[in-house]
Design a protein around this ligand. Structure first.
Ligand code: SF4
Length: 376
């Protein structure tokens, strides 16, 4: 199974689609090495995320501890502090690194509130390549503001010989905002079709399966049902900075237990976990984030191979693209069925909960300065 560990809710970006940066955690209360040591061996995949994981002073020790516990370890980062990752990559070159990149140049900087973010990330990626990183890439969230650049991002990543991970703008309780919404949904979805074709043209089989994942994102963008049922809570789980274990990071009612107070076995095999899995089975959110999409695309018989339906789609459309034939997207996507899926109407604050009351007060943001930067 897969595991995502949110190491911190501190962040040095100021993204427009996620306000974690306005609500930083107190470093003294963030999940520590002793608690993480309670995790068993044998995970398929562990993703260290945030907030911004490079803000953790003990990131290298965390990687050393968790590296043997998973077949693959990932650090999801904004790439602004790559120097913190270089020694880790030198030690473990196969750790997967994904740097968030929302556009080519200024588009990235505006969406993510990062001064010179694009240049810093590109430089950082080059340093990681030089350091010997073997599984490097960028990660992009499709939204109205960057959709015209996604094919350029893919070409850029391909030229660098690194990967491009994708997701679509969505809401989640941890973002501290509920108004993430794609407005020109059909236009955005049609642009994703262009990326799918480019990915199928590539010589990398990984990109062919990413093309399928992007097909699922089109359905998400249009508010339609998932291509495969969500199995969060079973195949993939989130741990937050306070050690709380959630089935996913979208719904805060899917709390399975706490790793400070319980063992992993008590959390994962407990009664509460069973109840939560029943809620996941009927969850109406229809998310298609990498964590839940990737696991649901896997065969139930043998996790290393994809489901037959996925394999069939990939092979059929790879052949079509190779023969310069048109992909019949209309067979998979009903563009007349655009559903308003704004289902999270009220984010419940966790400021009142005892274990989480140590959140630091919101840092004052100089909006005047930020706006002048955005309008430069
Ligand atoms: S579909 Fe439901 S359970 Fe699955 S990730 Fe989304 S909110 Fe969580």
């Amino acid at each position: 199974m897969d595991l995502s560990i949110i190491l911190t809710y501190r962040c040095n970006s100021k993204c427009s689609m996620c306000y974690i940066w306005k609500h930083p955690t107190n470093p003294g209360y963030e999940v520590d090495l002793n608690t993480l040591d309670k995790l068993p061996d044998g995970f398929d995949y562990i993703n260290l995320t945030g907030g911004e994981p490079t803000l953790r002073k003990d990131l290298e020790e965390i990687c050393d501890l968790l590296y043997p516990k998973a077949k693959q370890l990932e650090i999801s980062t904004n790439g602004l502090k790559v120097d913190k990752i270089i020694p880790i990559i030198k030690k473990h070159p196969d750790i997967k690194i994904r740097i968030s990149l929302e556009g080519m140049g200024l588009t990235n900087d505006l969406i993510r509130g990062e001064k010179n973010g694009f240049e810093i990330k590109c430089e950082g990626m080059k340093k990681l390549i030089e350091a010997g990183g073997r599984d490097l890439g960028f990660a992009t969230t499709f939204q109205d503001e960057n959709i015209d650049e996604i094919v350029d991002i893919f070409k850029y990543t391909s030229n660098l010989n690194v990967e491009m991970a994708t997701s679509a703008l969505h809401n989640a309780f941890q973002f501290h905002k509920n108004d993430n919404y794609i407005y020109e949904r059909k236009r955005v979805a049609k642009k994703v079709e262009e990326l799918i074709i480019e990915m199928l043209r590539s010589n990398q089989p990984k990109n062919w399966f990413r093309a399928y994942l992007n097909l699922g994102l089109i359905r998400k963008i249009l508010g339609q049902d998932r291509l495969h049922a969500c199995t969060q809570g079973t195949d993939s789980i989130f741990i937050d900075p306070w050690g709380d274990v959630y089935a996913c990071n979208v719904r805060n009612d899917l709390l399975m237990g706490n790793l400070h107070e319980q063992t992993w076995q008590e959390v994962y095999y407990g009664k509460k976990a069973e109840e939560i899995r029943k809620l996941v089975a009927v969850c109406p959110q229809n998310c298609w984030m990498v964590s839940s999409a990737k696991t649901s695309m896997r065969s139930r018989i043998y996790y290393k191979i994809p489901k037959l339906k996925v394999m069939y789609w990939v092979l059929l459309n790879k052949i079509k693209v190779s023969l310069n034939r048109h992909i019949k997207f209309e067979s998979y996507i009903d563009y007349n069925n655009i559903i308003d899926d704004r289902q999270i109407n009220h984010r419940i604050s966790y400021l009142n909960k005892t274990i989480k009351k140590e959140l630091q007060p919101e840092k004052s943001v100089n909006y005047k300065q930020l706006n002048s930067y955005f309008n430069r």
